[in-house]
Design a protein around this ligand. Structure first.
Ligand code: NAP
Length: 415
């Protein structure tokens, strides 16, 4: 039996198990949650309430999440004297599925970012972000309904790996002189140095997950996005390894764009998944002008970060963008946005991003019916123009509702 320093395992719930390559979900799974900092507690409260009501309604009381609060960020500092206690990491590993609010990066705490530490320590290598439009949400584009993509962003490598040194540091100076002496590479003396590792292992497992997901959910294509025309051995290799995975592991189910033209006259045969690639800068244009040609998209870490927010802007902004950090089987669901500190404690921000992350979590548990119930109620609520400040300010003559009231409106519409 596992022992936690300060957490008490609830008696009425059961643990999710992972055996023989499969998750086994009890009717009363214990799900750890981190409230988060800033607006985190407000959106988490609403999210848990919405999820509880939907599950109760969908399964007539036969299923239930047993919540277990775990700690990170400022609340953890108060309880444990540290921002990311071992209990928290152990609890996510042990209970397998969890959900979190946004976390402030503590200044001077020796952390680059708590989120990055969480993702790296638990090896949650895929950041999955579905970007889907809800009718009625104000958008800067003419046809926001064309946006329906799922982003798979690599979560552990790239310039995010945290290997960098400031200008003038011993490490930067050593590297500069090493590169000069050994490889005749000239770098200005007053440079900061960062390293961009992209591995075959990291790239292949990410693309493998994206392809599996696309096949399971019946998607039409997976696009590998990269900047391989310039960074050939990192970004370009990501693309090449992606194609390799598709061919070697899913050869009977995938075809390339070249094969599509040569063998199938441009028409995708039934049961096949199209694997294509796009250069990152062109992809930013593509998601605006040929939006509906993209489906599942796999990217390196930095490109994935940028593209996620750009796509989210088309469907209502950060308040509407859900996400999950997933490893081989451990999954931690979270909103795409941060702590929005200027709105903390005002019961004001849009909780949709975290609620929709909760919907993704329900789907991960196989509780699709409860997830569908929330999605439909959210669509109805927005159609009736009940929205929080972020969407209301882009609509004519709308009085915004509070964060908690938006949650209540969703619950009322779950008939
Ligand atoms: P942010 O918290 O995402 O907020 C930026 C802006 O996005 C807000 O001012 C607001 O725009 C809008 N926004 C964010 N969440 C919203 C919501 N739920 N509803 C409506 N609008 C929302 O980004 P930040 O200010 O750059 O970062 C603040 C802190 O969060 C930093 O400490 C950062 O490190 C951290 N962070 C954490 C995570 C995470 O935990 N995963 C992710 C990103 C950032 P308007 O001002 O236009 O209303």
């Amino acid at each position: 039996m596992i022992h936690f320093d300060k957490l008490k395992i609830p008696l009425e719930g059961k643990k999710i198990e992972f055996t023989e390559g499969r998750l086994s979900i009890p009717d009363n799974p214990i799900i750890p949650f981190i409230e988060g900092d800033g607006v985190g507690p407000e959106i988490m409260k609403v999210t848990r309430k919405v999820l509880d009501v939907a599950i109760n309604k969908a399964y007539k009381g036969k299923k239930k999440i047993v919540w277990l609060e775990i700690y990170a960020g400022e609340k953890a500092e108060k309880k444990y004297g540290e921002f990311l206690p071992q209990d928290t990491l152990e609890a996510i590993k042990y209970f397998i599925v969890g959900i979190k609010g946004p976390l402030t990066t503590p200044i001077g705490g020796g952390y680059r970012s708590l989120n990055v530490v969480l993702r790296k320590t638990l090896d949650l290598y895929a950041c999955i972000r579905p970007v889907r439009y809800i009718p009625g949400v104000p958008s800067p584009v003419v046809h926001p309904e064309k946006m329906n993509i799922v982003i798979f962003r690599e979560n552990t490598e790239d310039v995010y790996a945290g290997i960098e040194w400031p200008k003038g540091s011993t490490e930067a100076e050593k590297l500069i002189s090493y590169l000069k002496e050994e490889f005749k590479v000239k770098i200005r003396e007053d440079s900061g140095i960062g390293i961009k590792p992209i591995s075959e292992t990291g790239s292949k497992r990410l693309v493998r997950k994206a392809i599996k997901y696309a096949i399971d959910k019946g998607h039409q294509s997976v696009t590998l996005v990269h900047k391989g025309n310039i960074m050939k051995f990192t970004e370009g290799a990501f693309k090449d390894w992606g194609y390799e995975v598709a061919k070697e592991e899913f050869g009977d189910k995938t075809i390339t764009e070249e094969e599509l033209g040569r063998k199938y006259e441009g028409r995708l045969p039934q049961g096949k998944l199209l694997i294509k690639d796009r250069v990152a800068d062109s992809m930013f244009q593509q998601v605006l002008i040929r939006t509906d040609e993209y489906d599942v998209v796999a990217l390196t870490n930095l490109n994935g970060d940028y593209l996620s927010d750009a796509c989210a802007a088309q469907i209502g902004g950060l308040g509407m963008a859900p996400g999950a950090n997933v490893g081989d089987y451990i999954a931690l669901f979270e909103a795409t946005h941060g702590t929005a500190p200027k709105y903390a404690g005002q019961d004001k921000v849009n909780p949709s991003s975290l609620i929709l992350s909760g919907v993704m979590m329900l789907e991960y548990l196989g509780w699709q019916e409860a997830g569908d119930l929330i999605w439909k109620s959210m669509v109805k609520t927005i159609k009736e123009r009940k929205v929080t400040y972020d969407l209301a300010r882009l609509m004519e003559g709308i009085e915004p509702v509070k964060c908690s009231k938006f949650g209540e409106a969703i619950i009322e519409r779950m008939k």
